[in-house]
Design a protein around this ligand. Structure first.
Ligand code: TXA
Ligand code: MG
Length: 325
């Protein structure tokens, strides 16, 4: 979305007024679309949980204009947080810190911590400037389903909701959700994202990269998440041909030149992780919508640098953290 025309600014102002009245606004960020409510309006935040069908104990990220606003939501704003914000904000990094009592518990899934993130999208930034309140926003998809990376995806999931205002800012540039980092005595990655372990380590020193299987501190990262409706099988590249012999009528997301049987439908994926991330959710949604296809098979991308976030999301979409079957 170009933020220069008067019309666009009017749409932003209308959306800010809607939030101020306790309404819900779907808005684009650089990662995925968010389903936002005023953080300080518990009724509006609860309405977002209801709309998504999201478990109440799964905390939402509070989107902020920058470190100053973030500091008002936490008990203290450590030097480490400031350093990370200066390096990676606006951008795809959410920081989890002890919550200030002024932040309603319902916005944080009842936890005593809050995740804060300053998004890098002109539309999200203009909205935050216009409403001057933090916006609590989970991803704009039905709970557990594939995240939305276009306004069309939001309409597909919530088109029946009359009061939802959707800001269309075009397709998201990154396409997968932010890195979530818990800042305690030992900073720990709760969800991998484009801001990698190496980037974080070079900024603040040691960062714990918790393996997926023992991940319990971030409810939204539990297994079977980010998932299409049809069963998804994540398959090693070397086993793809044999696997497809046993299965008929699959939608296949493939990244090698493997010949896909005629009964299946091929979705060739990019060989570059950034490009793959950008189209992953869009492709999963299209594969899921394929008529007569009973399942989705995904050829696992190489386990090499840059692919970690994608493999994480594919493992969760398949419902089986760990090595692909
Ligand atoms: O890129 C993103 O982060 C997108 C855009 C809209 O900003 N948002 C997003 O929100 O992915 P959601 O709610 O779908 O995922 C937020 C993740 C969940 O895994 C949640 O458990 C975790 O962040 N989280 C949020 N607050 C937390 C907290 N206080 N402690 C631990 N984990 C938290
Ligand atoms: Mg989500």
């Amino acid at each position: 979305m170009q933020m220069h025309s008067e019309l666009d600014q009017k749409a932003i102002e209308r959306a800010a007024e809607h939030l101020a009245r306790g309404g819900i606004v779907a808005f684009p960020t650089e990662t995925v679309y968010g389903l936002g409510a005023d953080t300080f309006n518990p009724t509006a935040v609860e309405a977002v949980y209801r709309m998504k069908g999201r478990p109440r104990d799964n905390p939402s990220i509070a989107h902020v204009s920058g470190p100053e606003m973030a500091a008002t939501l936490v008990q203290s704003w450590p030097a480490e947080a400031q350093q990370l914000a200066e390096t990676f904000w606006p951008g795809p990094l959410a920081l989890v810190l002890p919550r200030h009592p002024r932040v309603p518990a319902v916005a944080c899934g009842g936890r005593d911590t809050v995740a804060v993130r300053s998004p890098d999208h002109p539309c999200a930034r203009a909205l935050l400037a216009a409403c001057s309140c933090p916006i609590s926003a989970p991803s704009a998809n039905r709970s557990g389903h594939v995240s939305a990376t276009t306004a069309e995806h939001v309409r597909d999931d919530f088109g029946d909701i009359r009061d939802l205002l959707i800001l269309d800012g075009g397709p998201c540039a990154i396409g997968v959700e932010s890195t979530v980092l818990a800042l305690g005595s030992e900073p720990r990655i709760l969800r991998p994202g484009q801001v990698s372990t190496e980037m974080l380590t070079s900024c603040i020193g040691k960062v714990i990269d918790t393996p997926l299987a023992v991940q319990g501190d971030s409810p939204g990262t539990s297994s079977r998440h980010y998932a299409p409706v049809r069963p998804l099988h994540l398959v090693r590249s070397s086993e793809l041909v044999a696997c497809l012999q046993d299965m008929e009528s699959c939608a296949v997301l493939c990244c090698s030149a493997t010949r896909i049987p005629g009964s299946c439908r091929a979705f060739p994926m990019p060989g570059d992780p950034d490009a793959y991330a950008r189209c992953l959710y869009e492709t999963l949604r299209r594969a899921d919508a394929c008529e007569n296809m009973t399942r989705i098979v995904v050829e696992c991308p190489p386990d090499s640098p840059g692919w970690g976030t994608i493999i994480d999301r594919l493992q969760r979409a398949s419902g089986s953290p760990g090595v692909p079957a």
